[in-house]
Design a protein around this ligand. Structure first.
Ligand code: DLL
Length: 436
């Protein structure tokens, strides 16, 4: 039997979903027009008034919102509620300059917990579980977001936050944690560390992992599942739209269910901004329908995916998004060829005998681009066997060439020598235009 947190909402028909979306959209557009001068100015410039939104198709009349709009209005310029109604702030650290700041009213926090309770239940977690939250707690939305959702479900929450890996493993054993919440890269690190410490992960009570917050391939998922003996589900969200809880996976893992009663998703052509029909691959654009403090209208995520509106085997009817394996700005052009980091990860995760961490460096040598991939050894004893080492290196180069169609220099490095972080992994260093 499939357990749902909110069956009535999660199994609405398409026409019920669209009816609700349109009602909520109309209200939301009036709210931002009346309360947020920056939205009003953009709508006026585009010649659109709230009364022009009569069908869902009219959404396309509204201007996009981009990260720069958030920066320009830093910190609170896009808030639709006065300070006395804001009960929480979160922020996402940009690579440069000021962070993106988002706010929540009491009602927003309530909705957020409820939507997380949906995706947590969807993954198979119940009040009988003990969940270790290894996302960091702080301005990042991951820790607090999952924490409140788990409490709503009634699970026992262990708010350990990120880092202190040995203690994580100790508590996992002592408390009998059954659920792990982390970035996929940190989950993998926990698996590696357990091996090193001689912990038999098959004997742990851990059964489900809710992972997300960074791109990861299905090959990396397989590695986590076999190292930790769990079911690993993917969870998507972004601070600007709410944080985690925008979409999550059920055990069938056929795409992530988007909470469509609270968000409208569109896919657009990143170059032209044209709206694509459902099923086409493109950039995801979200409009929040119920957020009070920080509503967003047509927010361009730069995340690339595809939307499927068919009902899932689990019975849920909300549209599903394909796993995001990269962002529009992740693509590297190397010697004229488009290369996505996820292509490299997919190749590496299938090669036996190597470690689970890797790093991609891109340099300019004279006028030529130079792609270097640092790959960790699974076992340092190989360092003494030059012949085998060289064979492994050539094998990886060959497999990368088959997928990328360009040569990548592979450098084998000692096991565990690349940096691990408890948060989002940084694996690409493009030295041609400063680091990304
Ligand atoms: O990462 C929110 C979150 C926390 C999601 C915990 C899931 C779990 P930000 O820090 O604002 O918010 O980063 C958002 O991270 O635009 C994507 O590029 C990326 N991202 C998030 N989840 C996934 C995922 C949180 N499941 C940015 N797969 C987004 C791929 C993801 N990329």
């Amino acid at each position: 039997m499939v357990v749902m947190w909110d069956k009535a909402q999660e199994t609405m028909t398409r026409s019920q979903i669209e009816f609700l979306q349109l009602e909520r959209l109309k209200t939301q557009v009036v709210r931002v027009y009346d309360n947020v001068p920056a939205y009003r100015a953009k709508m006026d410039a585009a010649g659109v008034k709230p009364k022009h939104i009569q069908t869902l198709k009219d959404l396309a009349l509204l201007p996009f919102t981009v990260k720069d709009d958030l920066r320009t209005n830093y910190p609170f310029g896009l808030f639709a509620e006065p300070q006395e109604n804001i009960v929480r702030l979160h922020a996402s650290s940009g690579t440069t300059g000021k962070p993106i700041v988002v706010g929540y009213t009491k009602q927003d926090l309530d909705t957020w917990s409820d939507l997380l309770a949906r995706v947590i239940t969807m993954a198979g977690v119940t009040r009988h579980d003990t969940a270790q939250v290894s996302f960091s707690y702080g301005l990042f939305t991951g820790g607090f977001g999952l924490h409140y959702g788990l409490e709503r479900v009634g699970a026992t929450v262990v708010p350990i936050s990120g880092g202190n890996t040995e203690k994580q493993l100790m508590l996992m054993q002592d408390f009998g944690s059954t659920v792990l919440i982390a970035t996929p890269s940190y989950a993998l690190y926990l698996g590696e560390k357990a091996e090193q410490m001689g912990i038999d992960t098959a004997k742990l009570k851990l059964r489900i992992g809710l992972f997300g917050s960074e791109p990861w391939t299905n090959e990396l998922r397989n590695q986590i599942e076999s190292k930790l003996h769990i079911l690993a589900t993917d969870n998507y969200g972004l601070s600007e739209v709410m944080g985690p809880g925008v979409a999550g996976e059920c055990p069938w893992a056929q795409g992530l269910h988007i909470n469509e009663d609270h968000f409208i998703v569109e896919t657009i052509d990143s170059e032209t901004g044209e709206v694509l029909p459902p099923g086409s691959k493109g950039e995801l654009v979200f409009t929040s329908l119920t957020k009070e403090a920080f509503p967003v209208i047509r927010y361009r995520t730069k995340d690339i995916s595809r939307i499927n509106q068919e009902r899932c085997v689990c019975g849920r009817t909300f549209a599903r998004m394909e796993k995001v394996t990269g962002r529009a700005d992740d693509m590297m052009i190397i010697r004229g060829v488009n290369v996505f980091p996820s292509q490299i990860e997919s190749v590496l995760m299938k090669i036996p005998g190597i470690g689970t961490s890797y790093q991609i460096n891109v340099y300019k040598k004279g006028s030529l681009d130079d792609l270097e991939v640092l790959v960790e050894l699974g076992d340092n004893r190989l360092l003494d066997r030059y012949g085998e080492l060289e064979e492994l290196r050539r094998n990886i180069e060959g497999q990368l060439f088959n997928v990328l169609s360009i040569h990548a220099r592979v450098k084998l490095v000692e096991s565990q020598s690349l940096e691990r972080t408890p948060g989002k992994a940084k694996r690409v260093f493009d030295y041609r235009k400063g680091t990304k």
